[in-house]
Design a binder for this molecule. Structure first.
Ligand SMILES: Nc1ncnc2c1ncn2[C@@H]1O[C@H](COP(=O)(O)OP(=O)(O)O)[C@@H](O)[C@H]1O
Ligand SMILES: [Mg+2]
Length: 253
């Protein structure tokens, strides 16, 4: 499961899909990968790029929202929309569900288990073909992983292996608060040990007034992880025009 070919530096010309791209991973599940990937997609689209999005497998569709969910005065359904739907909207893409996420499952569990319960296996070649097809004709590909880097897509094929196969540089989503130093440094180590390059870490949602722990986490991760650290404020996910752009340079090569 280690890469047999060094990962190229410049994704713009050398990504294995033939298209500029980025792979958004995170320190785990529910840490902001989709939000960060959506903001990246929107940032690239706002630059005039045709952006394609890709998500190898979506699980938990049983819990996804297909209508408004009210919390007081607020419609929070945007937080419960399936990842591929949010990514498509952010990118302004016209890809079908199937083109964005070739494997889609109802139960909220690891993709390898969700696939097994559905009586199938996630297939590496099918994933790579789907990623290439998604990238075809696009200027940039934004791929969101599933869970963290060591999540199995199949018993012998981890999310990390897919990132290596695609030859994409990583963006790592992480939470700002207690526990994030360990989770983020572990993720950086897992990435680098497989030859993956990390563009930057994004701490999300970054509070308007960060407390001393959050400020310190940001600095500690940058120093100990020898990595660029960005922050992303809390967004109204239902209102993409109000989102900020992630600062350049984006790790696309
Ligand atoms: N910057 C942000 N603004 C608003 N909500 C955020 C932000 N970052 C994370 N969240 C919230 O955190 C939760 C997990 O985010 P999500 O992107 O779905 O995580 P993941 O893709 O890693 O599972 C969601 O409810 C999302 O709304
Ligand atoms: Mg997600």
């Amino acid at each position: 499961m280690t890469p047999d070919v060094p990962v190229p530096r410049g994704l713009f010309r050398h990504s294995r899909t033939g298209t500029s791209g980025v792979f958004v991973t995170g320190t785990g599940t529910e840490v902001g990968k989709t939000v960060v990937a959506a903001v990246l997609a929107r940032t690239l689209a706002a630059e005039g790029k045709r952006v394609a999005v890709f998500k190898p497998a979506v699980t938990g569709l049983d819990e996804a929202a297909d209508g408004p969910i009210r919390q007081g005065d607020l419609d929070v359904s945007a937080h419960r929309r399936p990842d591929h739907v949010l990514l498509r909207e952010a990118a302004g893409s016209e890809q079908s569900d199937e083109e964005i996420a070739p494997y889609r499952y109802g139960p909220p569990m690891s993709p390898h288990l969700a696939a097994e319960l559905a009586g199938e296996e996630i297939d590496r070649e099918r994933l790579l073909a789907a990623a290439r097809a998604a990238a075809d004709g696009a200027d940039a590909l934004v791929c969101e992983g599933v869970g963290g880097l060591l999540v199995p897509l199949a018993t012998d094929y981890l999310v990390r292996d897919l990132a290596v196969d695609l030859g994409l540089r990583l963006v790592v989503a992480a939470t700002p608060g207690l526990g994030t130093i360990n989770h983020t440094l572990l993720t950086l180590e897992a990435a680098r040990s497989a030859g993956l390059e990390v563009g930057f870490v994004v701490l999300t949602p970054w509070p308007e007034v960060p407390n001393p722990i959050e400020e310190s986490n940001r600095e500690t991760i940058a120093t100990l992880g020898e990595v660029r650290v960005e922050t992303l404020q809390r967004l109204d996910l239902a209102d993409p025009p109000s989102w900020p752009r992630l600062p350049a340079p984006l790790p696309l090569g």
